[in-house]
Design a binder for this molecule. Structure first.
Ligand SMILES: Cc1cc2nc3c(=O)[nH]c(=O)nc-3n(C[C@H](O)[C@H](O)[C@H](O)COP(=O)(O)OP(=O)(O)OC[C@H]3O[C@@H](n4cnc5c(N)ncnc54)[C@H](O)[C@@H]3O)c2cc1C
Length: 389
């Protein structure tokens, strides 16, 4: 292998370059990214950047020392065996890392709507968040909650419109209801079970025809993998680039990582695609090992965090079908959490609100897969690591 092309210059892309050099790859590396920026981190965009605490989140990576040919502003348009077609011509490769991430979903309607994916989005939105401005946030998911936090901090009037019956429904299910008081305490007009028909000039039109007036509309209703450029290439696609447990795609010499990749998880016996920073950080190590002919397996317990309304919310694992056990009473204790166990009382997921130790210990317990004493688990005074059956 002489030339590796990495498409997508986000965290997963730059980590792939670092992993290649760390493993002793001495050939040529080309990193192309459609944004005209050096690789940067996205989590702070909806936190420190929107709050005005920083303007830059550039990843601490020395592209010069890595001897990578970095081409900002270049986008991949197509893929043939051994060749990436880009807006700047053809790039032959003998190893390819696909790391093109995801793009936000937009709503119908011809009114202006903001999304939050790039540093340009964040700086543009921040400039609009000034006292008295009416902001409508569509979606009470992770991004919606963080944007709402920043908008209230900036003195905006905020209405949040959410189609589900609780915030964070997709990730947490009914437990998300415990975050409703956070919206109330922050003085936010939260409208649950409310669908948006369109974004119009002057605000939103709801499904029933009601108008929600807004100077600024922010849409936070999820993302789709950025894989349109791979259409017709013959690569396996199904909600992202499909990979095996080694992060190898259906095409030889091609691996995929980060938000755009749906990898086969041994642990869960199914393909997983997550939009988590931790995944973009760690998957490249395995993908690059696979590209270099080793048999590394990627099989993490997924992990995500969010900072909203002054709370650190962390979640690890997956809880489809698991039995929920609360840790603490969110009505009386600001620090609480939830655990989910399977039919053998093994921990499958943990949620922690301002209880970071629960997250660390819970993640280890999920990895370990030993049965727990559920009564102890329900006692927030007992450390999770002391809950073994
Ligand atoms: C506002 C925000 C807040 C977040 N907060 C958290 C958080 O608190 N906790 C957490 O765990 N995760 C968080 N995330 C998710 C996390 O940032 C992502 O999982 C991570 O950025 C994924 O990295 P990636 O490199 O796979 O993709 P990306 O970061 O999306 O990078 C992909 C890059 O590829 C480029 N690209 C796309 N198509 C092409 C093409 N055809 N040719 C060339 N380049 C292309 C894109 O422009 C982009 O620069 C947040 C995300 C956002 C947007």
């Amino acid at each position: 292998m002489n030339h590796v092309v990495v498409v997508g210059a986000g965290l997963a892309g730059v980590r792939s370059v670092e992993a290649l050099r760390a493993r002793g790859f001495a050939g040529t590396i080309t990193l192309i990214g459609e944004e005209r920026h050096r690789p940067y981190d996205r989590p702070p965009l909806s936190k420190a950047v929107l709050l005005g605490d920083t303007d830059s989140t550039v990843v601490d990576s020395d592209l010069g020392a890595l001897e990578v040919s970095f081409r900002p502003g270049a986008a991949a348009k197509g893929l043939r065996p051994g060749v990436v077609e880009t807006t700047e011509g053809e790039l032959p490769y003998d190893g390819l890392v696909i790391a093109t991430g995801a793009r936000p979903v937009r709503l119908l309607g011809d009114g202006p709507q903001h999304v939050l994916r790039t540093i340009d989005d964040a700086l543009g939105l921040r400039a609009l968040l000034v006292p008295g401005v009416k902001v409508a946030v569509v979606g009470a998911g992770w991004i919606g909650a963080e944007v709402t936090t920043a908008a209230r901090r900036a003195g905006c009037e905020v209405t949040v419109v959410e189609a589900a019956d609780v915030p964070l429904a997709a990730a947490l299910g009914p437990v998300g209801a415990w975050t409703v008081p956070w919206y109330e305490q922050a003085g936010v007009d939260l409208r649950l079970g409310t669908a948006v028909a369109s974004v119009d000039h002057g605000g939103l039109t709801l499904a029933g025809g009601t108008a929600v007036e807004a100077d600024v509309v922010v849409t936070g209703v999820g993302v789709r993998p950025a894989v349109e450029w791979l259409a017709g290439s013959g690569i396996g696609l199904d909600d992202g680039v499909v990979t095996d447990e080694h992060l190898r795609t259906s095409l030889p010499g091609v691996v995929a990582v980060g938000d755009c990749a749906a990898w086969w998880s041994r642990r869960y016996g199914r393909h997983l695609r997550v939009e988590h920073w931790d995944n973009a950080l760690n998957a490249p190590e395995v993908a690059v090992a696979s590209l270099m002919g080793e048999k590394a397996v990627y099989d993490p317990v997924p992990y995500f965090w969010s900072e909203q309304f002054g709370h650190m919310v962390q979640y690890a694992g997956r809880h489809d079908g698991g039995r929920m056990v609360m840790r603490g009473d969110p009505g009386t204790d600001p620090k609480w959490g939830a655990c989910w166990v399977d039919d053998r009382d093994r921990l499958v997921a943990v949620l922690s609100v301002d209880r970071p130790r629960d997250l660390v210990q819970g993640r280890r317990l999920i990895e370990g897969g030993r049965p727990l004493d559920v009564e102890r688990l329900a006692d927030p005074a007992v450390a999770l690591r002391d809950c073994a059956a």
